[in-house]
Design a protein around this ligand. Structure first.
Ligand SMILES: NC(=O)C1=CN([C@@H]2O[C@H](COP(=O)(O)OP(=O)(O)OC[C@H]3O[C@@H](n4cnc5c(N)ncnc54)[C@H](O)[C@@H]3O)[C@@H](O)[C@H]2O)C=CC1
Ligand SMILES: O=C(O)[C@H]1O[C@H](OP(=O)(O)OP(=O)(O)OC[C@H]2O[C@@H](n3ccc(=O)[nH]c3=O)[C@H](O)[C@@H]2O)[C@H](O)[C@@H](O)[C@@H]1O
Length: 449
């Protein structure tokens, strides 16, 4: 553990809140973590980590004496100047961000010249300005506001926090922005007084808010783009994995986020792309490109159905095994997972659906009515007419495809993440089909991009 640094408060102990709290504790801060969910706070106080995130339990345990978990905001206000806000901003029915949790936090702040809210939650551009206006109306104009969006990825969240590409701080050039930069200093490049890889982007509040939304929307656009290329590859005989490799070597394009598959999910891309589209629309601009990004993604999730029908004829009474349920590997997060759409579509088409996920089975259970959950991949494949790789967990990449074939009744393997060796699958007697490629050329795509 490093030397003691400025104490902070963190409001909301979900993915972002817990990683932020444990990360700053690791850097030397005492952290008061506040959540309205009393059960979650009780679990955290018992040493349980309510989410599956590699390395997080260890980081929390290592810094346990610097972390306090409570439902009461008072100790955070008493001990810290900076209150990092990491509450959820889920979509409303309209697709706009639901700011009710953020507003509840803002409303709970007292008049103070000593404190600042540091917004980690992903919020529409203008939230900072609205909050400052509200503070002014309520006689709390001394309360400072900083936008400090979070860019971590689930599954690698701890490493992303401790070694960020960039740290974005949007503020009014006052003590609060300086204090946030000081907290991050150990993670910043040497020029900024640190020894980490993080470039500092210090800017105004609205621009910081937009950096976050635009970054997620751009990454989602990259995925929808490569998925459309994959669909054209299927029609023309090209292999999208080769195409992505060839494209990605151009430094201007880069190799990351060019893995074609069955669509992006998760708690953020779908909601943030829609929120940016809504934000643009509300300000009078029709963001046409984002409509396509969303539509392509919805259609992509369903393309597997067509592939299965092509190989199996009808799906009525067919047993289909899904390998993986979480929206990506190394997380138990099921929010907007492609597996949910796929399972529902398969059931609607009359198929029996069985699934296995190494971690998210319990989280997924209530969302997958009528889906049988198997204890491992081969049990899921047992008696199946077709197997679909939905989430590219390492244990599925490592599967012995001859064992898989032997467990199945049929021989169809749809690789929804281009993670398996197509040639090995064919050699094992499987009818293999990836996304944007045929078995002929299908070596597995590199993991972890
Ligand atoms: N999950 C992710 O990978 C990332 C999420 N974000 C953004 O960070 C924000 C938080 O996301 P998650 O951590 O996934 O959310 P989450 O839903 O996992 O956790 C939010 C927590 O806030 C608590 N909460 C709600 N209202 C509260 C209040 N008034 N006072 C105290 N606690 C309250 C909830 O009980 C919950 O524990 C969202 O805006 C999200 O878009 C940004 C980057 C990455
Ligand atoms: O705002 C957020 O919450 C976060 O959203 C994403 O992180 P995350 O949702 O955890 O996961 P990603 O690794 O980005 O994957 C999102 C989805 O895209 C899919 N994906 C990703 C990459 C790719 O090449 N192809 C592809 O289909 C994944 O399977 C997954 O369903 C961003 O990568 C983070 O920078 C951001 O902080």
């Amino acid at each position: 553990m490093s030397a003691a640094r400025e104490p902070i408060g963190v409001i909301g102990t979900g993915y972002v809140g817990l990683v932020t709290a444990a990360g700053f504790a690791e850097l030397g801060s005492d952290v008061v973590c506040v959540d309205i969910d009393a059960e979650k706070v009780a679990r955290l106080n018992r040493g349980e980590i309510p989410i599956y995130e590699p390395g997080l339990a260890e980081l929390v345990a290592k810094n346990r004496e610097r972390l306090t978990f409570t439902t009461d905001i008072a100790p955070a206000l008493e001990r810290a100047r900076l209150l990092f806000v990491a509450v959820g901003t889920p979509p409303t029915y309209s697709g706009d961000a639901d700011l009710s949790a953020v507003n509840a936090v803002v409303g709970a702040m007292p008049a103070s010249d000593r404190h600042a809210l540091v917004m980690k939650s992903t919020v529409p551009v203008g939230t900072g300005a609205n909050t400052k206006r509200l503070f002014a109306e309520q006689g709390k104009s001394g309360f400072r506001y900083v936008s400090c969006p979070e860019f971590l990825k689930e599954g690698t969240a701890v490493a992303d926090f401790l070694a960020p590409d960039r740290v974005v701080v949007g503020d009014d050039g006052d003590w609060a922005g300086d204090a946030v930069v000081d907290l991050y200093r150990p993670l910043l490049v040497p020029d900024e007084g640190g020894n980490g890889p993080g470039q500092l982007v210090r800017t105004d509040i609205a621009s910081a808010e937009m950096v976050k939304l635009a970054s997620n929307a751009f990454l989602a656009t990259k995925i929808s783009f490569i998925n459309e290329i994959a669909n054209v590859c299927e029609e023309t005989g090209a292999d999208v994995v080769e195409v992505a490799r060839g494209m990605g070597l151009d430094e201007r394009i880069g190799p990351k986020f060019l893995n074609a598959g069955i669509g992006f999910g998760g708690s953020c891309f779908p909601k943030d792309v829609t929120a940016l589209k809504q934000l643009a629309g509300n300000s009078g601009y029709h963001f046409q490109l984002l409509n396509s990004v969303i539509e392509v993604n919805e259609l992509q999730k369903r393309r597997v159905i067509g592939k299965l029908e092509k190989h199996l004829g009808g799906l009525v009474g067919k047993r289909i095994a899904l390998l993986g349920l979480a929206f990506k590997p190394n997380t138990d997060d099921m929010r907007e997972a492609s597996s949910l759409v796929l399972a529902a579509r398969l059931q609607a088409a009359g198929a029996d659906v069985v699934a296995h996920d190494p971690i998210s089975g319990e989280v997924a259970k209530p969302m997958l009515r009528g889906v049988e959950l198997a204890p491992d991949a081969l049990s899921a494949a047992h008696g199946a007419d077709a197997v679909v790789l939905v989430t590219e967990w390492q244990e599925f990449r490592d599967l012995d495809l001859a064992d898989l074939r032997a467990a199945m009744r049929g021989d169809v393997l749809i690789d929804g993440r281009n993670a398996l060796d197509g040639e090995a699958a064919v050699a094992a007697g499987l009818r293999y089909e990836g996304i944007g490629r045929t078995a002929r050329s299908a070596a597995p795509a590199a993991a972890g991009v």
